[in-house]
Design a protein around this ligand. Structure first.
Ligand code: GRF
Length: 210
């Protein structure tokens, strides 16, 4: 069974969704870069090992990442899930986990990389918005997209209401993609391509609410 570690910084509702979905892998540990992250309580509640590795205790990104890397090796992790982990990872770390590290981002990538996606979507008058699960590569929010869930922006939507609606979508697609990877339905090939049920994945698998 695949051993999974989840990296968090905050609330951890995606961590909770992955725990509750009982994916085919085993969550062996949760790492937070913040001691007061609520996600740590969720992990403890579920009987999952936790580690707090605070970035402010390290002189630079590379030394912080090296400590996290060692923890992942100690736990014999096969798959790393970023779930609201608010640190940019060094290229050395990312390359070590290439094809074995996922992120979820609250936009329809490649649109709206980076922060404050909901407000930016509203400001641009977009009709559609959503979230994307993707493999992590050294370039921020740019790795191969695996699945997306799409919603239609309503006239009364605010950044807050969009955040809530997107979270609901995330809680469905993130566990699903994790499960696909654990089962081998989705596979990362050594040449950087992704296959889904043995076929090259040309574009992310899309779910929509309408
Ligand atoms: C999610 O919106 C995710 O897209 C982004 O960070 C947020 C994490 O939320 N990467 P939670 O901590 O899982 O509730």
């Amino acid at each position: 069974m695949m051993k999974i570690a989840v990296l968090v910084s905050g609330n951890g509702s995606n961590l909770q969704a992955i725990i509750d979905a009982k994916v085919s892998g085993q969550i062996v540990g949760v790492i937070s870069n913040k001691a007061d992250a609520f996600a740590l309580q969720r992990a403890e509640q579920a009987g999952i090992a936790t580690a707090v590795i605070e970035h402010k205790d390290y002189p630079d990104r590379v030394s912080f990442d090296a400590v996290m890397h060692q923890k992942l090796l100690d736990w014999e992790v096969d798959l790393v899930i970023l779930a609201g982990f608010m640190r940019i990872l060094s290229p050395i770390f990312v390359n070590r986990w290439q094809g074995k590290m996922l992120n979820i981002h609250p936009s329809l990538l490649p649109n709206y990389k980076g922060m404050h996606t909901h407000q930016r979507v509203l400001n641009s008058g977009e009709v559609f918005h959503g979230c994307t699960v993707h493999f992590v590569t050294a370039e921020l929010d740019a790795g191969p997209a695996l699945a997306q869930s799409v919603l239609k922006v309503a006239q009364h939507d605010t950044a807050q209401s969009l955040a809530e609606r997107i979270h609901q979508l995330e809680h469905f697609i993130y566990p699903l993609v994790v499960d696909w990877l654990c089962q081998g339905t989705l596979q990362y090939q050594t040449d950087g391509h992704v296959t889904f049920r043995g076929q090259a994945l040309q574009r992310p698998i899309q779910f929509s609410q309408f």
